[in-house]
Design a protein around this ligand. Structure first.
Ligand SMILES: [Zn+2]
Ligand SMILES: [Zn+2]
Length: 230
């Protein structure tokens, strides 16, 4: 029987013809060397992405609302991390999916229960032009790190509006209609859903995605963010 399953993990052309060098120090070998990775890990501090107040449990004492969603931030978007995210997204350096997933993992608490990782979906036009569904690829790598983690394509991207450059008000109104629930994906209301995004700018995307899940009856929603714009 011919193998017609599309292999979405095929490395990009650049990955095949050029050996990786560390984006931090230039060391030949991996796309990020162990030493530079450790330096980035050392920059981790969990804080509220809205008011920047540090916390340890993902709950902000300042912004705490009636039903706060535990929010785990790896770091600010600065220095090397910012460059890595840029290379990953815009230069489609697929090999970065794994270390970026490891950074998110570093910021997360230990979960005993079943976790559904829900990447915030990207505009399909961007996925096509980059050849990479970047948030989904990070979620897939994260799921490989824990037996109780599963990737769920629960969210669909509706419109093709682009948030880059839009002001906070425009971002909010765009985000409100940006996503919908995938009718083909069953919801386990008692499982924990972990929404994943690479960059938090105003939080409009995360908030509207979380709202959709809340409205669908999911009781436990956590948010994971790789980097917060400063
Ligand atoms: Zn290095
Ligand atoms: Zn806060």
């Amino acid at each position: 029987m011919p193998n017609i399953v599309k292999n979405t993990t095929t490395p990009g052309i650049l990955d095949l013809i050029a050996p990786h060098s560390c984006r931090g120090c230039g060391h030949i070998g991996n796309v990020i060397c162990e030493r530079c990775k450790k330096n980035i890990l050392a920059s981790h501090h969990n804080f509220c992405p809205s008011c920047k107040t540090p916390n340890t449990n993902g709950i902000c004492q300042k912004c705490q609302t009636k039903s706060p969603l535990p929010t785990f931030v790896f770091s600010e978007r600065s220095d090397l991390l910012s460059g890595l995210i840029y290379d990953y997204k815009y230069n489609s350096v697929r090999a970065l999916a794994r270390p970026l997933a490891e950074f998110i993992d570093y910021s997360l608490p230990h979960y005993d229960e079943k976790i559904y990782l829900v990447p915030l979906p990207t505009i399909s036009r961007h996925i096509r032009s980059r050849g990479l569904d970047h948030t989904y690829a990070i979620a897939k790598q994260l799921a490989k790190l824990h037996q109780n983690y599963y990737v769920s394509k629960l969210l669909l991207r509706n419109n093709s509006s682009v948030q880059v450059g839009a002001n906070a008000k425009d971002r909010l109104s765009q985000a409100k209609t940006a996503y919908s629930l995938n009718p083909k994906t069953p919801i386990e209301k008692d499982a924990t859903y972990l929404l994943i995004d690479d960059v938090w700018t105003t939080g409009a995307s995360m908030k509207s995605a979380a709202k959709l899940l809340q409205e669908s009856g999911v009781k436990s929603i956590n948010l994971a963010i790789l980097a917060v714009s400063v």
